[in-house]
Design a protein around this ligand. Sequence first.
Ligand code: MIG
Length: 824
Amino acid sequence: MRRKASAFLLAAGILFAISNPANATDLKGMHPIGNAIAVVNPSKPSNSVVIDCDDKSQVCLQVLAPDLVRVRASFQKSLPLHDHSWAIERADLAQLPTTVSETKDAIILETSALRIVVKLKPLLISFYDIQTGRLINADSLAMQFDPTSGAVAATKSLGAADAGGANGLEEHFYGLGEKAAHLDKLHQKFEMWSSDTPGYTLATDPIYQSIPFYIGLLTEPADTVSRISSTQNTPNVTKTVDALSPDKTRDLAYGMFFDNSFHTHFDMGSSDPKTVSFQSDGGEMNYYFFYGPSMKKVVTRYTELTGRMPLPPKWALGHQQSRWSYGSEQEVKEIVTRYRKDKIPLDVIHLDIDYMDDYRVFTFNHDRFPDPPGLMKWLADRGVKVVTIIDPGVKYEPGGSYKVFNEGTAKNYFLKQTNGEPYVGKVWPGESVFVDYTLPEAAKWWGDLHSSLLQAGVSGIWNDMNEPADFESRDGLKWKDVVNYDDGEHSKHAKMRNLFAMLECKATYEGLKRLRPNDRPYVITRSGFAGIQRYATMWTGDCNSTWDALALSIPMFETLGVCGEPFVGADCGGFLGQTNGELLTRWYQVGFLSPFFRNHHAKDNNYQEPWRFGQQYEDIIRKYVELRYRLLPHLYTVLAEAHETGVPWIRPLILEYQDDKNALNVDDEFMVGDELLCAPVLKAGATSRDVYLPAGEWYDYFTNEKYKGDQHVLVQAPLDKVPLFVKAGSVLPTGPVVDFIGQGSEQSSGQAAEQPVKFEIFPDNAGSATGHLYEDDGHTPAYLTGVCSHRTLKFTNGKLTSSSDKDNQETTVSDSLVVLHNSR
Ligand code: MIG
């Protein structure tokens, strides 16, 4: 039995932990939870235990998967029966084989992956790998609380040290959602309090989103590396987490999700290099521990728990253009006409707030947009879809004729304060009220309001300002007495603020789905909480038109990706300030590989459509937009993988090369899937850059020059070139350049049928390559019931074969569809 094999290591580990009692000092005036005294109903086997403490506190440990454990505590009182989270999607928990045993000093739970040891006095929780006995994560202090303020905290040893601080490893941190920070979060502090932060720069915190989830990566010191067989390959992630092939990583990753929507604080070894803590101003101590050991598996499990992104319509992968604002029907037509004339592909145009009648949501300004259906038909004829912005603020107009305000008021759908008065904030319409999206009828009503936009021909919704922004209360303090229904809990803003955007997007998404069941909803959000990916894609808000902001966007995308949000993007060219031709061009060299690929800019500054800075820049930009469209079959395959497994489109190198010490904090490069590596130019005037290539061999995508990996190389990158590499041994499916996605496949168009996918082969040293191709109808939800195709491509001996996961039949792909890259 496994158990015997690791018995010695385990025993040694537990003894060590027990003989080094934690220093039970208070954390900033907080009190430690009482000592554990008894296990309530230790039914064996069971997937949970409840532990009573000598101060009437209770702790519950619940095994949700062999590598996933929930820890819930209530201080000086029993665990409440009501147990509800807006973040969690998967509530159907299987009864998992879990063994519970007790010793004089500890309660021990065992699954096939983990041994969880709860030491009684003080109450300290440690997680061990059951197979190797290695400690993964341990409390360094008992959980803490403040009975006056309601604050709660957990404190963990950094580097999997035991409670005495011994045996620590080096540890690095990834995650915490949308943060204006570098990739590795070690030695920094962060807060979660969703905030409207225009012009944020590196270290502005908090910003728009609140995702209280991080991944810890424990790295072995270099001198022990040779003892453990190393591999560069993280496992292939298949559809279910349990079907993963055995992990072979040397460095161990785990995840931590603090499911608490109050204002939270994460200290990743900043105040004390030996500890990591997460603390909240209120609510429950309620966290989930995930064990990898691969980061990909943690991401996969986290997205199983909080949900995965449904596929957007395929056209959402197309190039999008926006401005605050295109102010009239005429201007919109001019922009699109120019796009078609200049032959730059375009799929979507966005209408920012000025399309509305005095910023009243769900209206059009009929002076400037006299005929919305006519305009949208004109655009549709040119293959262009319309996304309209919708803000949550509803113009406060008592006694007026604004239907949305009147209906919402009559039905009691707007948020009120404890004194029963509606909360009136100030946003674009002036005084405004906001919907209580936790009221099921209000959410449905909001969703249904979108029917007028859909009838006019709108295809997607852009939810801005949902922190919620309030010009007179950017920090939300004025909102403190606002009460939400919240599943009958009647919760105040302190709990609900960070959830507001997700609830709004849920109402929007479900509304679109109801109104158009045969079309995939497309919702874009600015703010969000853990689980937002179930309802909306995101963009990174009001970044600056600066080189620094371009560079910052990369760790932001990479971090959002490992937090379950794969469909991300920044305003291409930057939003605030003044861009120039060089910056816009370099920004497109990142944008063309980002999932959300939209050029957007604020009013009062120059226009930044691709042609605004002269022919030289426009020609380069066109080349990259075209390359985006050429790569779409590959990009859509990568997106489908994100939908199926949670593993994101844009990946930090460390996600693919987990044991590579050089990759720990590389965030001026990114991978797209596991085949492409992009190292964009992020400095003004630069025409070359240093690129780190991980182990393996890499092709320069444009020249076929082959590089050895595991080294830094200096790559020439004149303005028309982005350093882009393909891993040797890859097959990239590619398609034609079109004006818009699906062009040529319209049934009635009489145009040529859509061109078939071609396969670009980048053989490895043995002359082989493999790849994948995912396809579906691109716009209906049929893929959810299996109406889609997954093909595996294999290239050997000069022949490409394709096999479908449905029948495993292997067919040879015609040579005419094969493009062989011969290395130079
Ligand atoms: O207070 O709708 O981030 O993309 O153009 C600014 C106007 C409101 C902020 C969004 C931006 C959008 C702008 N909005």
